[in-house]
Design a protein around this ligand. Structure first.
Ligand SMILES: Cc1ncc(C[n+]2csc(CCOP(=O)(O)OP(=O)(O)O)c2C)c(N)n1
Ligand SMILES: [Mg+2]
Length: 321
């Protein structure tokens, strides 16, 4: 189940760096006051998002959450579309009606998050059922936070997926906080993956800062789902390294905790590993970063030059007028 080649490992690394650099561009745009509405980063979550989505095939479905920029990128989302969304432009996938990852892209089979935590789980399970009925041999990958995993629909969705043996994988991104609420005020379970037992499905906990560990755990679950052996619950343990959104200074997070987790920065960890194993050189890293930054800047410039949707169209394409 391990990655086949150094080429794949380099691709994984490239997606980690791309995710981090897109986040850096988002932070910059936010500070410049160019962002429409709030902004989130996936700092600390890159390995979880990238490693998991890397296990998918093109025809599989992705239901990401708000820290999963890396999964959008791995699934094939373009930088232009990412920034058109972030900047609320009329040409964006939500036609400027919403921002961040709140979009659907049926061509890529990406169904971005709605705001209501856990509400996506039964929807994603429904897609797994439809896909099974259509004999697509596709897998549905869905994510939820440690906080969101305590909402009722988590139970309803996962139980239904288990009973119907659907090709469904749920990743709990355990990043220690749900907004300002630390884990010990949210649940007393030792491992969130232990909940799988109650649904009669396999569960595992992986190091969410180690991109290969996430990939391996997820690939096993993807293979199982594709064989027709039903869902898997995966807990990926990491740390939310920034505030909940960019308007949150996270002053409630103990300082030492951030310092400790910094040692496990997912991008740096993998860079070190590939360096040690001779897959990456210092000059390749530098070249790659510069190349990706230029691609990102191009996309940002393009999106900034596009108009907002016309005011008179504001009530079109939405449910309530
Ligand atoms: C049902 C519901 N309750 C509350 C909120 C407000 N809210 C949005 S994100 C969030 C924190 C989510 O924490 P977690 O699920 O751990 O994900 P993280 O942001 O840590 O990745 C909250 C409380 C919401 N969107 N939906
Ligand atoms: Mg959380």
């Amino acid at each position: 189940m391990v990655l086949q080649s150094n080429q794949d490992r380099f691709r994984l690394y490239r997606f980690l760096v791309l995710t981090r650099e897109v986040d850096n561009a988002i932070i910059k745009l936010y500070k410049q006051g160019k962002m429409v509405g709030g902004a989130f980063t996936g700092y600390g979550n890159e390995a979880t998002a990238v490693g998991s989505a890397f296990a998918l095939e093109k025809h599989d479905y992705l239901f990401p959450m708000h820290r999963d920029l890396g999964a959008h990128l791995v699934k094939g989302q373009t930088l232009r579309n990412i920034f058109l969304m972030q900047l609320g432009r009329g040409e964006g996938l939500a036609r400027g009606r919403d921002g961040t990852g709140h979009y659907a892209d049926p061509a890529l089979r990406i169904y971005g998050n709605v705001s209501h935590l856990a509400a996506m789980i039964p929807m994603a399970v429904g897609v797994a059922l439809a896909s099974k009925m259509r004999k697509e041999n596709a897998v549905v990958l869905n994510y939820i936070g440690d906080g969101g995993s305590n909402v009722g629909e988590f139970h309803e969705g996962l139980n239904m997926a288990a009973v119907m043996k659907l090709p469904f994988i749920l990743i709990i991104e355990n990043n220690q906080f749900s907004y300002s609420t630390p884990n010990h005020k949210q649940f007393v379970a030792k491992k969130l993956s232990d909940r799988a037992l109650g649904y009669g499905i396999p569960g595992c906990t992986v190091d969410g800062t180690d991109v290969e560990a996430v990939y391996n755990g997820c690939k096993e679950a993807v293979d199982r789902a594709r064989r027709g052996d039903g869902p898997t619950l995966i807990e990926a343990v990491t740390m939310r390294m920034h505030g909940h959104s960019l308007s949150d200074d996270a002053s409630y997070v103990p300082k030492g905790m951030v310092e400790e987790w910094k040692k496990k920065d997912p991008v740096e960890l993998y860079e070190k590993k590939l360096n040690t194993e001779g897959v990456l050189s210092v000059s390749t890293v530098q070249e790659l970063r510069e190349k990706l930054r230029a691609e990102i800047q191009d996309a940002v410039d393009y999106a900034l030059a596009q108009p907002y949707p016309a005011g008179e169209e504001a009530s079109e394409g939405v449910f309530a007028k």
